[in-house]
Ligand binder design. Structure first.
Ligand code: NAI
Ligand code: MG
Length: 337
């Protein structure tokens, strides 16, 4: 029985990496059916809405969604569709595995997982300008919100994830030395949660030092858990450890729904040129397959990715190669066993 998922190809390079990904999924025998929907710029043009009701209803119904990158127009009045989707379905955990897929990069054998709180922190969007004298924008204020409930469930998710995947350690990354209330609460709650998982080593580190140690010696880490914006920033840094944004998949997970997407955005600088690397999006689809019980298909695809990248013959431009998105997808299909 095929599982129906919502598919949002997205903006910029979205349609190109989606086409490549669907081709590999089909060839690998993924039992999926696609309920294709629009969001982002594509739907702003067609229906004057960044996030149409049909799209929300589709995700509500199907529960699982594979989503391409969405461009958030800069400026007033546009809330990030990504942030809205995470809120709408309460996708509180953003899971971002960072794994070496081929030799010859900056590091070998990296295998880390970043778990980012996805609904609170500074990204709640509580911000405003403050006028003074005749300047209506003399100052600006953003509010960082951390709740005991939010900190507890993300910490719990991280330790549960560690237990289920037989991982050894969880690092709580924070800034409790400066932000005594918000970050202090996050740290306190996460340390409390850790007590229920005695078999998993728990440490905490200041976020800036964590960034440095990730570059100096990433092997000392295993699973990292942190609040929203820190997680946003460090996930791009961590993608850099394994070859860049082209290799970083993600899952936004809630109690009932989940949306899988690459960490990267719509890459307007290379959109339409047929050169984007579809690996991150394809690996996000693999996370979806894992999530719905099709681990074997996911594993077959991952092996094909490793095989093609390791042989070094067919690589996209971000890796210094000259294969197009389609040529790379073609090579992946041939490498499937
Ligand atoms: P970006 O991630 O789109 O691009 C950053 C750099 O990485 C660019 O040089 C791009 O060419 C390169 N890159 C990204 N993905 C690649 C791929 N698959 N293959 C080869 N190269 C790749 O970030 P940027 O430029 O800051 O944002 C562009 C737009 O995407 C913005 O509107 C932003 O709001 C949106 N965005 C959406 C996200 C989402 O839908 N989850 C996440 C991040 C950004
Ligand atoms: Mg980001």
């Amino acid at each position: 029985m095929a599982t129906t998922i919502t598919l949002i190809p997205g903006d910029g390079i979205g349609p190109e990496i989606t086409a490549a990904t669907l081709r590999v999924l089909r060839a690998a025998g993924a039992e999926l059916e696609y309920d294709e929907q629009q969001a982002g710029l594509a739907s702003l043009h067609d229906r004057n809405r960044l996030l149409p009701d049909e799209t929300l209803e589709s995700i509500q119904r199907n529960r699982w969604c594979l989503k391409g990158p969405l461009t958030t127009p800069v400026g007033k009045g546009f809330r990030s569709v990504n942030v809205q989707l995470r809120k709408e379905f309460d996708l509180y955990a953003n899971v971002r595995p960072v794994k070496t897929l081929f030799p010859g990069g900056r590091y070998e054998g990296i295998d880390l997982v970043l778990i980012r709180e996805n609904t609170e922190g500074l990204y709640v969007g509580v911000e405003h300008f403050i006028g003074m004298d005749r300047d209506p924008r003399a100052a600006a204020e953003s509010v960082m919100i951390i709740t005991r409930f939010g900190a507890e469930r993300i910490a719990h998710f991280a330790f549960e994830y560690a237990r289920r995947h037989r991982r050894r350690k969880v690092t709580i990354a924070h800034k409790a030395n400066i932000l005594k209330c918000t970050q202090g609460l996050f740290l306190e709650v996460a340390r409390d949660v850790a007590r229920a998982f005695p078999e998993i080593e728990c440490e905490d580190r200041i976020i800036d030092a964590t960034a440095m140690y990730l570059v100096l010696n990433p092997y000392q880490f295993d699973i990292l858990v942190m609040e929203n914006m820190f997680g946003d920033i460090l996930s791009d840094l961590m993608a850099g450890l394994v070859g860049g944004l082209g290799f970083a998949p993600a899952g936004n997970i809630g109690e009932t729904h989940a949306i899988f997407e690459a960490v990267h955005g719509s890459a307007p600088d290379i959109a339409g040129k047929g050169v984007a690397n579809p690996t991150a999006f394809l690996l996000s689809a693999c996370m979806l397959l894992d999530h719905i019980g099709q681990q074997e298909v996911a594993q077959r695809i991952r092996l094909a990715v490793e095989k093609v990248l390791s042989s070094g013959q067919v690589r996209t431009r971000d890796l210094g190669g000259n294969a197009s998105t389609d040529e790379y997808a073609e090579a992946l299909v041939r490498a499937l066993v």
